[in-house]
Design a protein around this ligand. Structure first.
Ligand code: GLU
Ligand code: ZN
Length: 492
């Protein structure tokens, strides 16, 4: 694909919680790098001290580690272009900004906000382009001296070259931006702080990035960055080549609106807390703009890496579908080795997730029931409610379940069932026959006959297969829970 090794970057700003759009960008860069045997650079764009936080930085690292998206250069692993946190590279940016000015690619702009706004309004009223109008492009030395004497603050602006900018987007094909749409833009604030518009392409150049894969929301900054790249090449910053750009499609949420960082279903932490598997979540996120093949939506990350090609990414907006995300996760759960599944359940079987006393947990009982749970879970956190009947002293009290299962005649049925269960061999098959026979005596099919038994023993109307559950729970506890239910019915 590229001449020479592929180098891509994932370069989030550490603000707020990681969200699924960010993860999708990381995933596509990772898959692209791995597919081409290239390098994934992880860079932290933390030049906005007011918005960036250390907590968010730590979360970013922790999230990528959890997902298994490993990086080759960046925080904690280092690399030839260190440091990889932009907050530690300020000298580099100041130096480049000076060089750009010396070479005439950038200039000081003394326009005040009020002046800019007045001219913008006038341009709009006249039906002309309303971007920066180039007022300070060629200020005389006298004028500059006067502004300085007045103490007017100045930002540094990049001088856009004349003519349109055309590039071949790896996802969207050829795109052209006319000059009117790309006016000269600020690269350094009046207080000397460099802006994203400068630091992002400077680091891409210095880190010799070959492909920029990022969200469509950044498409409008691409022509500026391409122009800046050319200028950087002229002044000898970087190796002189411009990366290829590929803009990943928007992700739409509820009501066909763009999924926003603030939408609750966009938060990565939510998926972690619910117990999604990294492989399940990544599998789903890969489908936001890409597919392995028309007839397969379940696959591993190895398969994605083997197949991923940026030119197969679809430019149309992708729709975030939570139900499908859950379905894909459930499928990955089912396909796990049962040993791995048991391992993965670990955190959900302890405080703060598990409601039982820690010493009441019985690993052997859990391992026995686990295969039945594995086929029924959507997310790992579901495990707790499915097995709590084994480890709680009493079944949970769920009034709605009780009301639904305990009907007129349930006490008679439960008494018969108790007697037959008491006589049965303690295995699922025999237990089923016992409840079946009890139901027959009362003119009830198995489904109707087992409902009160299930609620008496587990507290809930839904759960794992009943007879396997009873087998693991054991004779004594099963019978005493039925007795307790009978007492409760008698008292009602
Ligand atoms: N720090 C930028 C962001 O978080 C990176 C954009 C880019 O990939 O160029 O949006
Ligand atoms: Zn100006």
């Amino acid at each position: 694909m590229a001449n020479g090794p592929v180098r891509v970057r994932f370069c989030p700003s550490p603000t707020g919680n990681p969200h699924v759009g960010l993860v999708r960008t990381a995933l596509f860069n990772w898959a692209f790098a791995r597919h081409h045997g290239g390098t994934l650079v992880f860079r932290i764009e933390d030049t906005d001290a007011a918005r960036d936080s250390e907590e968010s930085y730590n979360q970013l690292l922790d999230s990528l580690r959890w997902l298994g998206l490993d990086w080759d250069e960046g925080p904690e692993v280092g690399g030839p272009h260190a440091p990889y946190r932009q907050s530690q590279r300020m000298d580099i940016y100041a130096d480049v900004a000076n060089k750009l000015q010396d070479a005439g690619h950038a200039y000081e702009c003394y326009c005040t906000a009020v002046e800019l706004e007045a001219r913008r309004d006038a341009a709009r009223a006249a039906g002309k382009p309303s971007g920066y109008d180039g007022t300070c492009r060629n200020l005389s030395a006298e004028r500059i001296a006067r502004y300085k004497a007045e103490g007017r603050p100045a930002i540094v602006r990049f001088r856009m070259p004349d003519g349109p900018i055309t590039f071949n987007d790896l996802v969207r094909g050829e795109l052209t931006f006319t000059q009117d749409n790309v006016p000269d833009f600020g690269i350094v604030r009046a207080n000397g702080a460099p802006l994203y518009t400068l630091v992002n392409p400077v680091d891409d150049a210095l880190m010799q990035i070959t492909h920029v894969l990022r969200g469509e929301d950044l498409l409008s900054s691409t022509p500026r960055q391409i122009a800046l790249y050319k200028a950087l090449a002229e002044i000898g910053v970087g190796n002189g080549t411009t990366p290829q750009f590929g803009h990943l499609p928007y992700v739409m949420g509820e009501g066909n609106k763009k999924l926003s960082k603030r939408d609750p279903e966009a938060s990565l932490n939510l998926y972690r807390e619910r117990g999604f598997l990294p492989e399940g979540l990544l599998n789903y996120l890969s489908l936001l703009g890409w597919s392995l093949s028309e007839d397969r939506d379940i696959f591993s990350m190895e398969e994605m890496v083997a197949t991923f090609d940026i030119s197969d990414v679809n430019a149309n907006p992708a729709r975030f579908d939570l139900k499908k995300c859950e379905y894909i996760n459930a499928t990955h759960l089912r396909e796990m080795d049962v040993k791995d599944f048991i391992e993965a359940c670990g955190p959900w079987l302890k405080a703060p997730h598990a409601p039982w006393r820690p010493e009441a947990f019985d690993r052997a009982a859990f391992e026995e029931i686990a295969p039945h749970a594995q086929t029924r879970l959507t997310v790992l956190s579901d495990i707790t409610a499915n097995v709590d009947f084994l480890f709680l002293d009493e079944p949970v009290e769920d009034e709605a379940s009780w009301a639904k299962a305990m009907k007129e005649g349930s006490d008679a049925l439960l008494r018969t069932a108790r007697a037959k269960l008491g006589d049965a061999d303690w295995n699922a098959e025999a237990l089923k026959n016992a409840v079946l026979a009890a139901g027959e005596e009362h003119g009830l099919k198995l489904g109707k006959a087992q409902a009160p038994v299930r609620v008496a023993v587990t507290g809930r109307t839904v759960g794992l297969p009943l007879f396997e559950s009873l087998e693991v729970l054991g004779r004594e506890r099963t019978l005493s829970r039925i007795d307790a239910a009978l007492e409760k019915l008698a008292a009602a």
